[in-house]
Design a binder for this molecule. Sequence first.
Ligand code: PLP
Length: 405
Amino acid sequence: MKSVARSHKLDNVCYDIRGPIAAQARKMEDEGHRILKLNIGNPAPFGFEAPDDILKDVIHNLPTSQGYSDSVGIYAARVAVMQYYQQMNIKHIRVDDVYIGNGVSEMIMMSMQALLNNGDEVLLPTPDYPLWTAAVSLSSGTPVHYRCDEQADWFPDIEDIKSKITSRTRAIVIINPNNPTGAVYDNAILQEIVEVARENGLVIFSDEIYDKILYDDATHTCIASLADDVFCVTLSGLSKNYRVAGFRAGWLVVSGNKRIASDYIEGLNILASMRMCANVPCQSAIQTALGGYQSIKDLVNDGGRLKIQRDLAADMLNEIDGIHCVKPKGAMYCFAKVDEKKFNIHNDEQMIFDLLNSEKILLVHGSAFNLFEGVYFRLVFLPHSDVLKPALTRIGNFFNHYRQV
Ligand code: PLP
């Protein structure tokens, strides 16, 4: 019988955060091992529960949410998102500029599918959140990675961006605050990115899903607020700031020079209508979330649980001989470098696999984020300190005995 092969569209598509090592962890669990999974930024299972008013809202709206909604989203959610970005100083934004989706993931896919033809190039950060690279490939585009510089707090390297622009470059993607590095971009670097986009006629896609998860003195600027004359697409959602990743509630907003993008916007409308609508009961939570008490601040400010865990994770990683991590200013990850002069490691995936087998702790290797220079790993610092601390001690012991040069 003829075998059923996957589409060639998937040839260059990979999403290793839930890839083969995560599958091995599941197998080990089936065999009875307890695995500490520090591979996915999923706050609720670690006790970061959603604000009560959001849950009440969904329960309250459930009986009246049985039908499809408008493809682009329910009106109240779209108005709430519009007002949110008006407060973030995006100019001339209207309800029609807002699309509600099943999480940012769906909107990333939709935004790339609506844009790309065979071989069109999109500038993406390395390291990146790998769904972006996968979405470009799956949409027949060519991902071109620009460097983010660890020595400069993981900010984008503008010269590298400029050197990678060709006649086929359509867009630049930024992730701010960044996953996996935790960088939060200042206005100067954002202005430089706007300038590059303006000069080269690029669309700016800005993934801002962690825009309220900020530590120390970090402040977040929405890049679209600096770019009235450039066509911008801003994406965010409830998964992280409001800890309801399972609700699959996200959005996409178009702004700036919309006149040049009417055809693309029509493409978005077609794709939105093809999938009917986003999950309706959870769309109602968007208005309540954005307009309600912003309890995330209590978690990230001094004395807040997330901030304490961020400090613990970054400090303990930096205490391990041969490991270095730039302290994240945002999001929920530590992205750490493994000193290649100290360790005889050439395959970061094998390293994470060995850690899993020996310590029953699951992390993600750096190359899963499309970073192929140097050896890195990402650790999710969501568990309570009393779980995180012994886990980091075990990670330290692992490296103290692992393949030293
Ligand atoms: N964008 C970034 C940068 C993320 O880190 C994630 C999830 O980890 C997503 C998008 C996906 O978010 P959602 O749950 O809204 O699909």
